[in-house]
Write a protein that binds this ligand. Structure first.
Ligand SMILES: Cc1cc2nc3c(=O)[nH]c(=O)nc-3n(C[C@H](O)[C@H](O)[C@H](O)COP(=O)(O)O)c2cc1C
Length: 245
């Protein structure tokens, strides 16, 4: 028999948080907009960077909601993209829309300005995409200097399908965090919607996630976005604790 917290047939009785809904977000997730008031306040507001790669926009949507959560926790948050590595010719053949120009491209040096990091990515054969890996590979100076040591880092992700590699994608980032001395912060089961059995959804204790569909036709559901917001809130709360310790 399953432990009682896992055995629910329906999720209707699970405790719910109040969430900002995707429909309440401004259309642009411009870096200049403070999307929601913080839950608490501190003398020094820590800075969390949300850094993502998104080819068709699924991960970008999760990033917007994660940012809401981080700011609700009382942290400052900046959203970045990693640089593209594919040629325009290949991107055109893959029908990739143009990138959101309002989201700046991160450089390795900028990592020094943040107290914590949430990395978002679509899976590639169950692992992190080359674009994210290329960024990680450009961080050798931080490995030598220990500059990111003890800083927390989490992951969120998108796959085409259920079983497409959400957790293996998260795990493929752990060696990077480990070698830089960073602390991998999983989501755990902080949001009981992760146990929802009434609808298909992405996300796991490793982090928030969405299912894009084989043709990218599905978009993050309200449930997945709520889980993303929880990851932002919980990660933000942890960063606040670490910075004020
Ligand atoms: C080269 C390549 C490999 C992929 N590998 C997987 C995979 O292993 N499992 C899976 O579920 N989806 C896979 N996908 C689908 C992507 O994960 C999907 O397009 C992505 O999650 C959409 O997110 P985005 O719009 O933020 O890029 C792959 C896509 C490409 C282009």
């Amino acid at each position: 028999m399953l432990p009682s917290r896992m055995s629910s047939q329906s999720n209707k009785n699970l405790p719910q948080r109040k969430f900002v809904r995707m429909s309440q977000l401004p259309e642009s997730h411009s870096d200049k907009i403070l999307l929601a008031p913080p839950i608490g306040s501190t003398a020094r507001r820590p800075m969390v960077f949300v850094i993502y790669y998104s080819m068709y926009g699924h991960v970008a949507k999760l990033a917007s909601m994660i940012r809401v959560g981080v700011e609700r926790a009382g942290c400052n948050c900046r959203v970045f993209q990693v640089a593209e590595t594919l040629s325009t010719e290949v991107l055109t053949k893959m029908h990739v829309p143009s990138k959101n120009q309002e989201i700046p491209i991160i450089t390795p040096t900028q990592l020094l300005e943040a107290d914590g990091f949430l990395f978002g990515m679509p899976t590639r054969f169950g692992t992190a995409p080359t674009q994210m890996k290329a960024f990680f590979d450009a961080c050798g100076a931080h490995w030598l200097s220990d500059a990111l040591s003890s800083k927390p880092a989490g992951v969120f992700f998108s796959t085409a399908t259920l079983g497409g590699g959400q957790e293996t994608t998260a795990l493929s980032c752990v060696p990077f965090f480990t070698h830089l001395g960073m602390i991998f912060v999983p989501l755990g089961y902080k949001n009981k919607l992760l146990m929802n059995m009434d609808e298909i959804h992405g996300g796991s204790p490793y982090g928030a996630g969405t299912l894009a569909g084989a043709q990218g036709e599905r978009h993050p559901s309200e449930l997945e976005l709520q889980i993303a917001q929880t990851q932002g809130i919980e990660f933000g709360k942890l960063v606040l604790k670490l910075v004020s310790a």
